[in-house]
Design a protein around this ligand. Structure first.
Ligand code: ZN
Length: 294
């Protein structure tokens, strides 16, 4: 089984087009030791032939080009068989619109997430293509095969989160999930949890047993944005558990722990920051684009 982290930043990427925070400005002028990052996504394959994307980020085109096995092997077509979504946030799903060129694609998510996407008129661009998108719903807690051979199975585990702002509806347990992926041959398991609002007992059980956790690294502190003059909202209001608080918990779970969905304001992006040291000292890694994790 292979898993490549294609992108590791939160919505907006790093640097973000309209952001002049210390990190973004410092990355542009070379004053901070950090890597540029595209928006969070990963590519998974059991056999190296058929691939699934975990999220279709707004950077999906460049991300596909960054990994050779994702290139077409015929005049038309793609080794990418489908896209899995943990939620309907725009930075997780906007890339679907860039995958509208008529190649059959399966989009796998909870019923609620699929409904939010399909309520958007842009989704019709995906449905009218000659190889239309197949919307495949995941039932919470039920394992489903990703391929006919059953090489990889996925389970959606409800995790504290929120509906996307554009959906303007009541919250549902299907709004945000962790995707628990299991590959049969190697018995390898991965938990994809880029958005986690707070501690959760069922997630803790899943993380305890997994080989690899890809976990919410959005913000380090609850008031990080306000402190830097970037906006009034706290991490909690945005449904992200601050890394400074989740770290001791995460550090004793999973065999390997990698933070993804890292916002450009987060001090852990600076390779020489005390916060980065704090994360690495307890054996948690900060994800970066191009990391081969399996
Ligand atoms: Zn910034």
């Amino acid at each position: 089984v292979r898993l490549r982290l294609l992108g590791s930043a939160a919505g907006g990427g790093f640097p973000q087009w309209n952001c002049g925070c210390a990190n973004c400005a410092g990355l542009r002028n070379g004053a901070v030791a950090a890597r540029a990052r595209s928006q969070t996504s990963a590519a998974l394959s059991a056999d190296g032939e058929r691939w699934f994307l975990l999220h279709a980020s707004p950077d999906v085109r460049a991300q596909i080009e960054s990994l050779a096995p994702l290139a077409p092997r015929a005049p038309r077509g793609s080794p990418i068989a489908g896209v899995l979504l943990a939620n309907a946030d725009l930075d997780a799903c906007l890339g679907l619109l860039s995958l509208r060129e008529g190649t059959p694609l399966v989009v796998v998510a909870t019923r609620r997430v699929l409904a939010d996407l399909r309520a958007c008129s842009f989704a019709r661009a995906l449905e009218r293509s000659t190889g239309p998108v197949e919307w495949r719903a995941l039932e919470l807690g039920e394992s489903a095969p990703l391929d006919d051979e059953g090489h990889v199975r996925v389970t959606a585990l409800p995790v504290p989160g929120k509906p996307p702002f554009y959906a303007a509806r009541a919250a549902s347990p299907e709004d945000n999930v962790a995707l628990v992926l299991k590959e049969a041959r190697s018995a390898t398991s991965v938990v994809w949890a880029p958005t986690v609002a707070r501690r959760d007992a069922a997630l803790e059980r899943a993380l305890r047993e997994t080989d690899l956790a890809l976990f919410d690294g959005t913000l380090f502190r609850d008031d990080e944005l306000a402190r830097q003059g970037l906006g009034p909202r706290t991490a909690r209001q945005m449904a992200h558990w601050p890394v400074g608080e989740s770290l001791p918990w995460l550090a004793r779970l999973a065999r390997r722990r990698v933070l993804v969905h890292v916002n450009n304001s987060n001090p852990i992006l600076r390779e020489d920051s005390p916060e980065r040291r704090q994360v690495e000292q307890v054996g948690v890694e900060v994800g970066h684009d191009g990391m081969d994790l399996l």
